[in-house]
Design a protein around this ligand. Structure first.
Ligand code: E4P
Length: 214
């Protein structure tokens, strides 16, 4: 399973990269706005740190505008993946960019037919948003399972990128459901290696050893 970090903050990306298990980065306009930096410049900086896929979202909402902007974003680095919304216009832009050989990440996916359509259009990634479905009282994990089944039924190669991951249990369930990738904030990534019994067990091992040998 691949692990991406969901941030536009360079310190967080460096910290996650230093763990040695980071496969890529996702950004979105909200994350860039939080940093208050130029989107293109920040993407170039991220691409220097991480060699895996870096998702760069377009700001246009019409197909033509998305294609133009997507081509520009794709020039930043070969590992840029153009992020498009899962709308009718996004679908058209996905097909056009995929036909040109540009990889796309179809974001804001909230129902299985969006995932089916973008796979048909040649999307590289589809991003179902788990946490935001949970927020409105729907089980986000059901969506991952449905998309997995549909993609397996027809052998679609589009990768399922579980997004809007809020806590470790989301990650466990995504891994069990067969998501190909998860994009996760740094705070949650760090929780993946945390258990109180690991901490107390380690303390006791060291204390026992020191009691005898120190
Ligand atoms: C994914 O690409 C999105 O940037 C992200 O996962 C959204 O997460 P949120 O719902 O916590 O904002």
């Amino acid at each position: 399973m691949e692990l991406y970090i969901d941030t536009a903050n360079l310190d967080e990306i460096r910290e996650a990269h230093d763990l040695g298990v980071l496969d890529g980065v996702t950004t979105n306009p909200s994350l860039i706005a939080k940093e208050g930096v130029d989107y293109g410049k920040r993407l170039a900086e991220i691409c220097e740190i991480v060699s895996g896929p870096v998702s760069a979202e377009v700001l246009a909402v019409d197909a033509e505008g998305m294609i133009v902007e997507g081509r520009e974003r794709a020039k930043i680095a070969p590992h840029i993946v153009v992020k498009l919304p899962s709308t009718i216009d996004g679908l058209k832009a996905c097909k056009a960019l995929a036909d040109e050989g540009t990889r796309t990440n179809m974001t804001l996916c909230f129902q299985p037919l969006q995932a089916l359509m973008v796979a048909k259009a040649g999307a590289f990634l589809v991003s179902p948003f788990i946490g935001r479905l949970d927020d409105i009282g729907q089980d986000g994990m059901d969506l991952i399972a449905q998309i997995r089944q549909i993609y397996d039924n027809y052998n679609y190669q589009t990768k399922i990128l579980a997004a809007s991951i809020r806590h470790p249990l989301h990650m466990v369930n995504c891994a069990l459901a067969g998501a190909d990738v998860a994009t996760v904030p740094l705070k949650v990534i760090k929780q993946f290696m945390s258990h109180p019994l690991t901490d107390t067990g380690l303390e006791k091992f060291i204390a026992d050893y020191q009691k005898t040998f120190a």
